[in-house]
Ligand binder design. Structure first.
Ligand code: 2PG
Ligand code: MG
Length: 439
């Protein structure tokens, strides 16, 4: 039982310099805080992130969400006792009373929900992952395999490629720490390769490189791919980096892709500006098929636009037996949309982002539904993230075996990796790595 003495929120900045909400829940055992992340290529079906509008911070301030915590939520929760996450979240949901958290703001609600998880964990003398695992009904903790983004494009990097994230997954490594070492070594090797080719090594929102690959990719012959254009060029560079760093491509290291295709879906077609192509959903399915034949891609996220369930289904039907098909903007961590995708066989994996839905309990419910549907789950950060490493514990707690949390660079990204190193240490010999991560 947690007795809430005080609730307080303030406006702080996320990693992009954009305001977000930090909440503190005070109990007899201390003060427990949490900070909410925020997306750039956010899905239109996500719960509402309440922003102030007006002049300050170009309309991006969150003072209304902060005062909703300090007034409405505090009034309702202070002096009350709660015995579970579900009970607390149920009260928050009742207080908001809308479908998409538009009264209080999902950012206001989630900040308190996450801070409460930390308070409950300490109350029960558990680590955060222990408490979340208990709430989820999971006893086997699993250290997740990173989906670490090395090259960014799309809305995350001024459209240097059409696809948004080219990621490395050290699927063949045996422990989290060795996987992280591999990720870091390949990342630095990639920087050297880019420099040699006179490409930029400045990093984008998630710590990944954002070279302009159009300049390199005039349909040249690659060492791996017969004909390279800007999007496949990114994988070509990753392949070279993996091998030069001394890892075996396809064995130690595989690739993952977040296309974020809603960003280039125009009038019913997919417009690949950097390649000068306009494709139908079916043609894009075939383009992914060609990439899968050449590169060891094991996961494709948001390959199609956020309401194009049909193209997702076509892709899953053709390639779902050999690749993880992940829904992010398509599903927005929302059980109703997951149910629809399950019934249409549109995906075989859920990208889990607590701020898309707004409470810890609903995030756990979404994960439960995905697992019950024999899907995989990937816990994910946002492009606007913070020093809060909550998702590291969440990934371990639900035992999904995968986490997407950016490059091994920039502190808001390494905060999660470093927390996972500490959890690995705490679990000692019991630390299972990367299980459950593939179809
Ligand atoms: C995504 C995320 C995280 P954003 O599309 O998966 O990489 O981006 O937070 O901008 O939605
Ligand atoms: Mg995505």
């Amino acid at each position: 039982m947690v007795n809430i003495k005080k609730i307080f929120a303030r406006q702080v900045l996320d990693s992009r310099g954009i305001p977000t909400v930090e909440a503190e829940v005070s109990t007899d055992k201390g003060v427990f805080s949490a900070i909410v992340p925020s997306g750039t290529s956010a899905g239109k079906h996500e719960a509402l992130e309440l922003r102030d509008g007006g002049k300050e911070y170009f309309g991006k301030g969150v003072s209304k969400a902060v005062s909703n915590v300090n007034q409405l939520i505090a009034l309702r929760l202070e002096g009350k006792s709660f015995s579970s996450q579900k009970e607390l979240d149920g009260v928050l949901l009742g207080l908001d009373g809308t479908q998409n958290k538009s009264r209080l703001g999902a950012n206001a609600v989630l900040s308190v929900s996450m801070a409460f998880s930390r308070a409950m964990a300490v109350e029960k003398d558990l680590e955060l992952f222990g408490f979340l695992g208990e709430s989820f009904g999971n006893k086997e903790f699993v250290l997740p395999c990173p989906q670490s983004v090395f090259i960014s494009g799309g809305a995350h990097a001024d459209k240097s490629t059409d696809f948004q994230e080219f990621m490395v997954m050290p699927t063949g490594l045996k422990s989290f720490s060795s996987a992280l070492q591999c990720v870091a070594e390949v990342y630095h090797r990639l920087a050297e390769i880019l420099k040699k080719k006179d490409l930029h090594t400045n990093v984008g929102k998630e710590g990944s490189f954002a070279p302009n690959l159009k300049s390199l990719s005039l349909a040249i012959q690659g060492a791996f791919a017969p004909r390279l254009e800007s999007n496949s060029m990114a994988f070509e560079l990753l392949s070279i980096a993996v091998e030069e760093a001394g890892y075996s491509l396809g064995k130690d290291v595989s690739f993952a892709l977040d296309v974020a295709a809603s960003e280039f879906f125009k009038n019913g077609k997919y417009v690949l500006e950097t390649e000068g192509k306009t494709l139908t959903g079916g043609e894009l399915v075939d383009m992914y098929g060609e990439l899968l034949d050449v590169f060891p891609v094991v996961s494709v996220e948001d390959g199609f636009a956020e309401d194009d369930f049909e193209s997702f289904s076509e892709f899953t039907k053709k390639f779902g037996h050999r690749v993880q098909v992940v829904g992010d903007d398509l599903l927005v961590t929302n059980v109703e949309r997951i149910k629809k995708a399950v019934s249409m066989n549109s995906c075989n994996a859920l990208l889990l982002k607590p701020n898309q839905i707004g409470t810890v309990s609903e995030s756990l419910e979404a994960a439960r539904l995905a697992f019950d549907s024999k899907w995989n789950v990937v816990v994910s950060h946002r492009s606007g993230d913070t020093e809060d490493a909550f998702i590291a514990d969440l990934a371990v707690a639900i035992g999904c075996g995968q986490i997407k949390t950016g490059a091994p660079a920039r502190s808001e990204r390494t905060a999660k990796y470093n927390r996972l190193l500490r959890i690995e240490e705490k679990l000692g010999g019991k630390a299972v790595f990367g299980k459950n991560f593939f179809v």
